[in-house]
Design a protein around this ligand. Structure first.
Ligand SMILES: *Cc1c(COP(=O)(O)O)cnc(C)c1O
Length: 392
């Protein structure tokens, strides 16, 4: 029997990397040792005090029932307190914070709250695919904002045609940025607030990497800019700072009307996250900052090995200030895909073609710092021996 799929599913973009996936499969089947720099998922374990808190709370029968779909008040308070300490941002835990089953869940669902079929939403390109995916599932049309190296991978708001800005209902942003590793200063966020006010656009800022930063750099929150709460919300989670991607717990914070709408949608879709997991996330947020600093020190060493290694082969990469990604241009004569295939074929190293994050990712590839230093050195050595120096 063939069941016709809904148009919203058919509208989702096709999967781009079938060829590369097939190559990986073939190599694995042949017993080749593949080093994957393709996956953006922390390899280090969740800190033990967080795991211990889960175990303790899992044993409490009070946590075995349905939780609230918007999260325990104590969890939302922990998020608000963390915002106060980390960014100096005041949030009312009762109505300016909602718990999410990972920030990805909220990012996908916010479009359902504010976009009607045919509506326009501003989406960064390259960008995390969930922004466009959620919008497309809601029937809306993404208008892609190109992120260019010469603008520090920040969208040029002045470049957005006035009729598009007028039509747009929502805008996604993400700094520190996946995949480019770029960061945004408060002055840029202030510009975003002005733009959003002028055109009445809801800003959804994804701050998943706010804690993954190096060399003393402390990324800003969108919410710390005056007026931000009037025009937007911020998504984040414990996934990246505390190596908790598998636990599925995050939050959205900011504009109370928007937080209420997201909570109302969620109360019709899910019944929240296991309270023991909420307690564990609280243990992370309330626990010592050193655990985050220690993880960042590991990524920093890896970043230096990878960037210095590539630069010795002819690249001139600068070290990202934040995120665990290195975004690099492909050598002359290559596309993102052809270079990724070459590196896989010849060096058995997986890199992600930039086009996986949108058309403006063309000419780039992304490498993730979520593998240990030995494997990173080995990856650089293999590329050096099998591909050699490159030109741009
Ligand atoms: C990892 C990631 C997220 C989401 O992570 P959750 O585990 O769902 O909280 C969100 N945005 C970006 C850009 C990411 O890379």
């Amino acid at each position: 029997m063939h069941f016709e799929q809904a148009q919203r599913i058919k509208n989702l973009p096709p999967y781009l990397f079938a060829r590369i996936e097939r190559l990986i499969e073939e190599k694995r089947a042949a017993g080749v040792d593949i080093i994957s720099l393709g996956i953006g998922d922390p390899d280090l374990p969740t800190p033990d005090h967080i795991v211990q808190e889960l175990i303790r709370e899992a044993r409490n029968p009070a946590n075995h029932q349905y939780p609230s779909s918007v999260g325990m008040l104590s969890y939302r308070r922990a998020v608000a307190d963390w915002y106060k300490r980390r960014f100096g941002v005041e949030l009312d835990p009762s109505n300016e914070v909602v718990a999410l089953i990972g920030s990805k869940e909220g990012i996908a669902h916010i479009s359902w709250c504010y976009l009607n079929p045919g509506d326009t939403v501003l989406v960064p390109d390259p960008g995390y695919p969930v922004y466009a995916g959620g919008a497309i599932l809601a029937g809306a049309m993404p208008y892609y904002l190109p992120l260019k190296a010469e603008k520090g991978f920040l969208p040029d708001l002045a470049d957005i045609p006035v009729e598009i800005a007028r039509r747009a209902k929502m805008m996604f942003l993400n700094y520190p940025n996946n995949p480019t590793g770029a960061v945004a200063e408060e002055s840029f966020f202030a510009e975003v607030v002005r733009f959003a006010r002028e055109y009445e656009i809801l800003v959804c800022h994804d701050a998943a990497y706010s804690e993954v930063a190096y060399d003393g750099y402390r990324p800003a929150s969108f919410l710390q800019v005056p007026g931000a709460k009037e025009v937007g919300i911020e998504f984040s989670s414990v996934s990246k700072p505390f190596n908790m991607t598998g636990w599925r717990i995050g939050w959205a914070a900011g504009n109370r009307e928007v937080i209420e709408a997201l909570g109302r949608l969620k109360s019709n879709l899910d019944s929240g996250q296991f309270q023991a997991v909420q307690y564990a996330a609280m243990a992370g947020l309330q626990g010592p900052r050193e655990v985050v600093d220690r993880v960042n020190a590991v990524y920093r060493e890896r970043r230096d090995i990878l960037v210095d290694g590539f630069n010795s082969l002819g690249w001139s990469l600068t070290k990202p200030k934040a995120t665990f990604y290195v975004w690099a241009p492909v050598p002359a004569g290559h596309t993102s895909e052809s270079f990724a295939e070459l590196v896989l074929e010849k060096a058995s190293v997986v890199i992600t073609p930039g086009t996986g994050y949108g058309p403006n990712g063309a000419g780039y590839f992304r490498m993730s710092l979520t593998v240990d230093t030995g494997r990173l050195k080995e990856a650089v050595t293999r590329i050096k021996q099998n591909i050699g120096p490159v030109r741009f």
